[in-house]
Design a protein around this ligand. Structure first.
Ligand SMILES: [Zn+2]
Length: 129
């Protein structure tokens, strides 16, 4: 379960620099009824967040959920956005490639990953395991 640092009078919970609001009818809500506020804002504005897409905060502040600060991006594009300009040494690149080759994913792990992906698509970003 997510641990909230505080819950204010407007029923906004903050965790990991992100705000959540209680709105069980929102399609992006977790089963406890909480939804990431930026997803809620987009839903209210009629903007769809397709599965496999993330919400990017243009100013880098995940607590700034003003609609003009939000951008829906594919996961790949979003990852690229956050890693552009990052300097990775040849040694680190080789290590990462080696680790990727050696990775063994069991059926149980694949099932866990699928469950996490499903939860994330519903807007839940807390701890699941
Ligand atoms: Zn982002």
């Amino acid at each position: 379960m997510a641990r909230f640092l505080y819950r204010d009078i407007n029923n906004i919970s903050m965790s990991g620099g992100r705000a959540r609001v209680y709105c069980p009818e929102c399609p992006y809500a977790h089963k406890n009824g909480m939804v990431l506020r930026y997803r809620y804002v987009l839903w209210k504005a009629g903007v769809e967040i397709p599965p496999g897409y993330n919400v990017h905060h243009k100013d880098g502040n995940r607590a700034n959920d003003a609609i003009e600060n939000l951008e829906v991006k594919s996961s790949a594009e979003h990852t690229r956005e956050h890693h552009t300009g990052k300097i990775v040494s040849a040694e680190t690149r080789a290590k990462l490639a080696q680790r990727k080759r050696e990775r063994i994913v069991t059926a149980a792990t694949r099932a866990k990953i699928a469950e996490i992906t499903r939860q994330r698509e519903r807007g839940y970003h807390g701890r699941l395991l």
